[in-house]
Ligand binder design. Structure first.
Ligand code: JFZ
Length: 440
């Protein structure tokens, strides 16, 4: 339901600060596709399989050699993203296992030099751009395949970051030089990128330990407009200096909560809204998992997407194609059903954000320009109170996604609450009814 008030200042939500100007397209886009895909997709036990199952490099190598998805169709992925109502997509160019889906002068462990003989990053970018989608690349700061990387996360090595263990042949600075060089390749060889999604910092491995200042300077010199997440500085569970008055040079352009919608959006210390993007799996894994059938319902995704928009964030929904590059049919079906709902309610979501009105009991508010959108999750039993909206501020009301009328309720209904507008719903031809089944 939408009504168009003559906007008095009381309906104007706090503006996103000027320092986030670069992310304007991103904050309007609101919905993206995350794609976890690589060698691990062939094993079907999630992208952490090498670490969780204590596989050595030698154990993992046969899988890397076998990874050869000849029938992968990136155009089909891109069409699904469009059908799902998504505006951008982010592919794992390199995950923690170190296997690159792009051609790199600094690694032989790549899809270009191994069985596929293809640059999947280039193919992905071409296909998604052709559908008019913005494009991003996920790049792991952690690399289990590089002997110069401290072995955190590799359960095979209980010593983790212990310098005594990593000491002898291990040269972390040499690792960083290679890692920076690969990021430079991604920023140089693939045209304009919209997002670089670094993952992730932990313990002492954060910020300058990645030579992050130098890295971000290099990225910005090559890709001035690219958006960077906040994980050069923090893990999935923290905001970082982006929410302070003095963000570091590598604080990033947005916060990246994982499997979590922040309780009241994300605000800077001074109360100004900070851009954020919640990444969420459709089941319980990022990469393809052969026995994970826990699929979120399209209606759950719809409700959660409204929640995200009402709090000023983005939703990045994940798919995990299998080792052949097929997006599981259950994921595709779920996204198509969710997408048809998104398309039907697009104007209340894309380019929309918080309304600056307290969350109502019947659902949520979003706002776009001077339009307020009431997302009504409950079946009204009578006139619906719009607490925070005065009747005199409403110019017109309109129902989105269904037949029937919605109108501002007659005065006798609201006598007890003169400052609250009420809506009544009526099926076609029954102007005096209070309610009728809302569209799902
Ligand atoms: C990271 C990856 O490890 C994971 O495989 C996936 O790509 C996800 C999107 O990002 O997940 C994390 C990162 C950091 C923490 C937890 C999960 N953390 O620090 O708690």
């Amino acid at each position: 339901v939408s009504e168009t008030p003559r906007i008095p200042p009381r309906y104007t939500p706090p503006a996103v600060p000027e320092r986030f100007a670069r992310s304007q397209w991103f904050r309007r886009a609101r919905l993206g596709m995350f794609i976890h895909w690589g060698v691990y997709s062939l094993l079907g036990r999630g992208e952490w399989v090498r670490s969780h199952e204590e596989m050595s490099a030698r154990d993992y190598l046969p899988w890397a050699k076998a990874f050869n998805p000849e029938s992968v169709d990136f155009h089909e992925w891109a069409r699904l993203a469009k059908e799902a109502g998504m505006e951008y997509a982010i592919l794992t160019a390199k995950h923690h296992d170190g296997y690159c889906l792009f051609d790199s002068a600094h690694s032989d462990f790549t899809s270009a030099k191994m069985a596929p003989g293809r640059d999947f990053v280039a193919e992905f970018l071409e296909a998604f751009r052709a559908e008019g989608l913005r494009v991003g690349l996920y790049f792991s700061l952690i690399d289990w395949a590089d002997p110069d990387y401290p072995v955190w996360g590799d359960a095979f090595h209980p010593q983790r970051n212990d310098p005594a263990f990593c000491g002898v042949r291990h040269d972390f600075d040499a690792y960083l030089t290679k890692m920076h060089a690969q990021v430079k390749e991604l920023c140089t060889n693939y045209g304009e990128l919209d997002i670089l999604w670094f993952d992730f910092s932990y313990d002492e491995m954060t910020g300058e330990r990645w030579r992050a200042r130098e890295l971000v300077e290099m990225v910005r010199s090559l890709q001035p407009q690219v958006l960077i997440d906040n994980r050069l500085e923090v893990s999935a569970s923290a905001f970082g200096s982006i929410v302070t008055a003095e963000p570091s040079p590598f604080a990033g352009d947005f916060v990246s909560p994982e499997q979590l919608i922040p309780p009241s959006g994300i605000l800077c210390e001074d109360g100004a809204p900070v851009p954020w993007e919640s990444c969420v799996t459709l089941n319980n894994h990022w990469a393809w998992h052969h026995s994970d059938t826990a699929m979120k319902a399209p209606s759950t995704l719809a409700a959660k997407f409204v929640e995200v928009v009402s709090k000023g964030g983005n939703l990045l929904l994940n798919v995990g194609p299998d080792g052949e590059g097929r997006i599981p049919e259950e994921s595709a079906e779920t996204l198509r059903a969710f997408g048809s709902w998104v398309h039907a309610h697009e104007e209340a979501l894309k380019g929309a954000g918080p309304a600056g009105i307290a969350k109502p009991e019947w659902g949520r508010w979003t706002m776009r320009g001077s339009h307020l959108y009431a997302h009504v999750w409950e079946e009204p039993i009578g006139p619906l109170p719009l607490v925070g909206v005065r009747p005199q501020d409403i110019e017109s009301v309109r129902l989105i996604g269904g037949d029937g009328h919605v109108r501002v309720a007659k005065s006798w209904v609201i006598d007890a609450y003169p400052d609250v507008a009420f809506l009544s719903f009526a099926p076609p031809g029954q102007d005096d009814a209070f309610t009728f089944p809302l569209p799902q």
